[in-house]
Design a protein around this ligand. Structure first.
Ligand SMILES: Nc1ncnc2c1ncn2[C@@H]1O[C@H](COP(=O)(O)OP(=O)(O)O)[C@@H](O)[C@H]1O
Ligand SMILES: [Mg+2]
Length: 277
């Protein structure tokens, strides 16, 4: 579990003065195996939030606890970084190796994994992410979608318990976007076959509301605070409030709300209608 207790974060500006709060008193529990989508307009604090989860940033007030480890304790840093993987918007900023297979092996080498195990993991990962034919390729020759798959593959090879995605689909073409989204939601489906302790928890930041519909929980950040935190179908009933925060709602949610309001159906009845389609 990742716990955030009264977490605030304040960046220092150029003069060294503190500026507005990027995160403002966030309380949250992220449980094993959850798939949490996070939305919020530019500057709402999403990336700051993401970076606080794996100790890239330490809150200026409050605490973040990853499986009983405080992120502010430097002694926990290596273990926290191993448990909480990160995938960023631009894969070029995170890929460091000269070939695809070396990129996947890189994190494992740092963990001191034995050579036979490393080979096995690298092979399995290449296969799973459909990167086998590119194994000897320099990553910069891959397409955007392939690079993002490689970034995720290298993170997954390290067997993290949590993966934080900071707008991983933002720079991709629609097909690669869909491919990556399917990989993410496959991780969610695979969780159902695993013991809770082996499940992978996903925190998925996106600006595209449609991408959040299959999540367990949608968080909406507004000015560093959590404005909504609920199942997607409930969160997106708040169309006016969400629009006022500079965000869109999925078309599907709009139609559902219209059916609720103008046909006098309950949300459950509307859901049933949709499932029948
Ligand atoms: N390195 C930084 N220095 C100063 N202010 C920052 C820095 N990074 C982000 N901010 C500010 O913190 C707030 C939240 O930013 P961020 O977490 O990047 O939001 P988001 O990812 O939702 O766009 C914004 O007002 C932004 O300008
Ligand atoms: Mg951001």
């Amino acid at each position: 579990m990742i716990q955030l207790n009264q977490v605030s974060f304040e960046y220092k500006n150029d003069e060294g003065n503190l500026s507005e709060l990027a995160l403002d008193g966030i309380n949250l529990e992220i449980r094993e195996g959850e798939f949490i989508a996070v939305m919020g307009r530019n500057g709402s604090g999403k990336s700051t939030f993401a970076r606080c989860l794996n100790a890239l940033l330490v809150p200026t007030a409050g605490e973040v606890i990853v499986d009983h480890m405080l992120t502010s304790d430097r002694d926990n840093l290596i273990e926290i970084r191993r448990k909480v993987g990160m995938v960023f918007q631009n894969p070029d900023n995170q890929i460091v190796s000269t070939t695809v297979e070396r990129e996947i092996a890189f994190g494992l080498e740092n963990l001191g994994v034995s050579t036979p195990v490393m080979h096995e993991v690298v092979e399995g990962t290449l296969r799973r992410f459909r990167l086998e034919e590119y194994r000897k390729h320099p990553p910069h020759l891959l397409s955007g979608g392939e690079k993002q798959r490689l970034a995720l593959a290298a993170v997954m090879a390290m067997n993290p318990k949590y993966i934080v995605f900071d707008e991983p689909t933002a720079m991709l073409d629609p097909i690669s976007q869909q491919e990556l989204l399917n990989i993410l939601y496959d991780i969610k489906s695979e969780n159902l076959k695993k013991k809770t302790t082996d499940q992978i928890t996903i925190i998925f930041i996106t600006q595209f509301p449609e991408e959040t519909l299959r999540s367990d929980r949608v968080l909406i950040l507004n000015k560093g605070r959590i404005a909504f935190d609920d199942r997607p179908e409930y969160v997106f009933q708040n169309i006016k409030e969400i629009r006022n925060m500079g965000l869109d709602v999925p078309i599907e949610s709009e139609i559902k709300k219209m059916l609720v309001e103008y046909k006098g159906l309950s949300l459950e009845e509307v859901d049933e209608l949709f499932h029948g389609l």
